[in-house]
Design a protein around this ligand. Structure first.
Ligand code: SF4
Length: 247
């Protein structure tokens, strides 16, 4: 449990609580959350942001599944958004259906790119991911992510510090200028082992590709098994983020 009382009056509504979170307050909260259980961080986010809260879920890696279980147990109608790039594994679609039912998720929304696969090929050439994956991710992930967060005040993501060098200092809570929300990473301090222990203890559904050597799962065009952390993503490029989490 959190060791201190919340810094904000409990009788305030979620809207005014969220508005009171200036950068200094977020820094202070981030420091306090360094010793908090991730479930308490999720509870704080639900209590603070209410319907303004959105959970980004890939239904790929284990962290997102743990976050969904924590959030659904508090607020089954929490807004959950999925970015369907048109290049997701069938196992990922199946995991979404299975987890939505098992966790009782009542508000899962799918956001697709503005361009179909064929329209993107006509506008930018075929197999853009092999030539300019940053551009492909911008079209198929970043822009839909922006739409998914429109009108929201906070975003929960499943980033962990042990996933890559670039994520080694990821904050538990911080303002995210790129998407104009407060971004919360409740599992930042957890290891992969702790995350799996949580999934198994609570019998949380997970993507079956994780039992076949995949560690981080995104689009099938850009994901290979048998690599640690995020090294199985964009294997041919100096790239391990899609643009959602690197600013
Ligand atoms: S992960 Fe690959 S296929 Fe998916 S949007 Fe990014 S570059 Fe395109």
């Amino acid at each position: 449990m959190l060791s201190d009382e919340p810094a904000f009056s409990p009788e305030r509504t979620p809207v005014t609580l969220a508005a009171a979170l200036d950068d200094a307050a977020l820094t202070e909260l981030g420091q306090r959350f360094e010793t908090a259980d991730p479930r308490d961080v999720v509870r704080w986010a639900v209590d603070t942001f209410g319907d303004g809260l959105s959970v980004g879920a890939s239904f790929g890696g284990p962290s997102g599944m743990a976050i969904l279980h924590m959030a659904a147990s508090l607020k089954p109608d929490v807004h959950v958004f999925v970015l369907d790039t048109d290049y997701l594994f069938e196992e990922t679609h199946e995991t979404r259906a299975r987890a939505t039912a098992a966790l009782g998720l009542a508000n899962v929304r799918v956001y697709k790119p503005l361009l179909s696969h064929e329209e993107q090929a006509a506008a930018h050439g075929s197999a853009l991911w092999m030539r300019d994956p940053d551009r492909c991710c911008e079209l198929r992930k970043v822009e839909p992510n922006r739409r998914a967060l429109e009108g929201r005040t906070a975003w929960i993501a499943g980033l962990r510090r042990d996933q890559s060098e670039g994520r080694a200092a990821v904050p538990i809570v911080a303002r995210n200028a790129r998407f104009g929300v407060v971004k919360i990473n409740p599992l930042a301090r957890w290891t992969e082992k702790e995350t799996w222990a949580y999934l198994l203890e609570h019998d949380v559904p997970y993507n079956p590709l994780l039992d076949q050597g995949y560690v981080s799962i995104g689009c099938y065009n850009c994901t290979v098994p048998g690599k640690q952390g995020r090294q199985g993503r964009w294997e041919r490029f100096e790239k391990d983020e899609c643009g959602l989490h690197d600013a």
